[in-house]
Design a protein around this ligand. Structure first.
Ligand SMILES: Cc1ncc(COP(=O)(O)O)c(C=O)c1O
Length: 400
């Protein structure tokens, strides 16, 4: 076979899909698996949004659109993003994409050069696509560690130390995947005051979980003085309106919008027009379904955190947002003789039929932070009760 490029060899993946394949194989063998692997709402897309998509198809709205997106959606998204953050965002600052995910690549491509030693600081544990895209585009990944002691924020002094003249981009994600942690206003202010000393650094605010905040109010770095100018706000329809498969995201920044548009023209041409009309309804229509989903996730969060904290050898902080719990299983690993969270995860799946992801699926394990696994609690109450019960029995039975 002719050789592959270094870029392709550097490309990572979402290991969630690897675990998912293991789960599917076990299910095909007839095994009963309770799965907490998938990071997507387990609700149907609300009916008013489905109806808007059907009307778009029937109304002949299924051709290409401008790469930036239809004007109706850019306007709706500008108002929506601006209102949540107290900002005045112009429709021209907004670009529509095929999900929020492509903007991670566009952002890195817009502000780093391949092989030039440009550095990107990103959270670990974190969404694995950050590191994968940084490496694939020939930039230098610089992890910043989220700490359990800090409710999964990072130490601002660590950020200050990690910024160099080569730092081009800081990626922030709050509420966060995989810890469910949120950055507080104080955290954001600390970050902003460091950034003000480094005008060369762009910020990518991955706000995809911004409507799933349970404790306090959502804060975006973009709303702090001088920050929007250098910040790309990234959000989308996937998590808020249960629309992961519709592939619809939006990003806002005045300076970068025209460049993102060229990237969209060069890659997807445009997001699906049908999904764009659905998203107009998602934003402008009733929010009662989105609110009901949030309430349901909050109740499940309380259920799973309460249950996990009763499991021998497990302790779980209460996550402030998203739909993930990130219990510390260091002691449980010791009790059952598992060498680390990955061995714990594999045994939990094969011996107890409970599927979770391990911390190493979200970047190299953070020094001195112990062992963690991720539960996505976008699952029914019955599944949560059954899954945690199985985990308890598994640890009790195997304790040495
Ligand atoms: C932190 C984070 N950012 C972005 C995305 C991608 O979202 P989308 O479906 O809009 O591409 C996800 C999806 O899991 C995520 O967890």
């Amino acid at each position: 076979m002719p050789a592959l490029s270094q870029r392709t060899n550097a490309l990572g993946t979402e290991n969630a899909f690897v675990v998912l394949a293991e789960v599917n194989a076990l299910q095909r063998q007839g095994k009963d698996i309770v799965s907490f692997c998938i990071g997507q709402p387990d609700f149907p897309t609300p009916a008013n949004i489905q109806d808007a998509a059907i009307a778009a198809v029937r109304g002949g709205k299924h051709g290409y659109t401008p790469s930036a997106g239809i004007a109706e959606l850019r306007e709706a998204a500008a108002r929506y993003l601006g209102n949540m953050r107290g900002l005045n965002i112009a429709p021209d600052d907004v670009v529509i994409g095929a999900g929020a995910k492509p903007f991670i690549a566009y952002m890195i491509l817009c502000c780093t050069d391949h092989g030039a030693g440009d550095e990107v600081i990103y959270p670990v544990p974190g969404f694995p696509i950050y590191e994968s895209q940084i490496r694939a585009h020939g930039a230098v990944p610089v992890p910043i560690y989220l700490r359990e002691q800090r409710n999964f924020a990072f130490d601002p002094d660590e950020l200050a130390q990690k910024i160099t003249p080569k730092t081009k981009l800081l990626i922030l994600n709050s509420p966060q995947n995989p810890t469910g942690g949120i950055l507080t206003r104080q955290n954001m202010e600390d970050i902003a005051s460091i950034l003000r000393k480094h005008p060369q650094v762009w910020v990518y605010a991955d706000d995809i979980y911004c409507r799933l905040v349970y404790d306090g109010k959502f804060v975006s770095i973009a709303e702090l003085p001088d920050m929007y100018e250098r910040t790309v706000i990234s959000d989308g329809a996937s998590k808020t309106w249960a629309m992961t498969g519709w592939r619809l995201g939006f990003a806002a920044n005045k300076a970068l919008a025209p460049h993102f548009v060229r990237w969209v023209t060069n890659t997807d041409s445009c997001a699906s027009q049908i999904s764009q009309w659905a998203a107009v309804e998602a934003i402008n229509g009733t929010q009662q379904h989105a609110e009901a989903m949030r309430e349901s996730f909050l109740a499940r969060r309380n259920l799973i955190v309460g249950l996990l904290n009763q499991v021998p050898g497990v302790s779980c902080k209460t996550p402030g947002g998203a739909f993930y719990a990130w219990p510390n299983v260091t002691e449980a690993c010791r009790m059952i003789g598992a060498k680390d969270s990955e061995q714990f995860r594999a045994r939990l799946l094969n011996e107890a039929g409970v599927a979770v992801l391990a911390d190493i699926h979200f970047g190299a394990r953070v020094p001195d932070e112990g062992q963690h696994v991720r539960f996505s609690y976008a699952a029914s109450n019955e599944a949560i009760v059954k899954g945690v019960e199985r985990m308890t029995d598994f640890i009790k039975k195997n304790s040495k």
